[in-house]
Design a protein around this ligand. Structure first.
Ligand SMILES: CC(C)(COP(=O)(O)OP(=O)(O)OC[C@H]1O[C@@H](n2cnc3c(N)ncnc32)[C@H](O)[C@@H]1OP(=O)(O)O)[C@@H](O)C(=O)NCCC(=O)NCCS
Length: 156
């Protein structure tokens, strides 16, 4: 499966095919995000991934999502980026809950969530419909709260 299609398989919000109009609309932004961050190679600034920190309707709640180009996967880049972004939105915006939903079968994403310090709350069964895959699926729901960072600090 081509890389773009593979990323889109897991993230229904990314239009496919992805046109220049889609890219421009994304860059124009909106009010739904605390931040839309690029993950770049330190040596030359090449964009190799992205992390979005979105606002949810519930007060004090953010949701994080991410992707990485196939050739950089497995280096821990997304884990580091997601961990930093989650801690940033708590510190800079006073967010009380950062949540992260991964399709249950998305093992790599779930591993990132765990390594970034998120806690698994449970499985939301039959929680959404994927038009691309033409099937319903389950979400693994993770969260990180400011109090979790306290216990992290105490543990180190
Ligand atoms: C999920 C994704 C962002 C991970 O990016 P990454 O930069 O490779 O992440 P990291 O290197 O920080 O960590 C990946 C972890 O998943 C593990 N992993 C990857 N594929 C796996 C698989 N098929 N089975 C088990 N573990 C897997 C890696 O071994 C690594 O864990 P480890 O450090 O314990 O070995 C990337 O795979 C991706 O873009 N996927 C498509 C888009 C997507 O699913 N986004 C998330 C939507 S919720």
């Amino acid at each position: 499966m081509p890389e773009r299609a593979e990323i889109g398989r897991w993230i229904d919000q990314i239009p496919q095919p992805y046109t220049e109009t889609d890219a421009r609309a994304f860059l124009a932004g909106g009010t739904d995000a605390f931040a839309r961050l690029a993950v770049t190679e330190a040596r030359d600034g090449t964009v190799v991934g992205g992390v979005g920190v979105h606002r949810l309707d519930a007060p004090g709640v953010a949701e994080i999502g991410y992707w990485a180009r196939a050739e950089v996967r497995g280096r821990g880049l997304t884990t580091r980026a997601a961990a930093l972004a989650a801690r940033w939105v708590i510190g800079a915006h006073g967010v009380e809950r950062v949540q992260l939903r991964a399709e249950v079968q998305n093992t790599a994403s779930r591993r990132v969530a765990e390594k970034a310090g998120f806690r698994l709350e449970g499985i939301l069964r039959s929680a959404d419909w994927s038009p691309r895959q033409q099937r319903r699926y389950d979400w693994a729901m993770y969260s990180l709260l400011p109090g979790d960072l306290e216990s992290e600090r105490n543990a180190s």
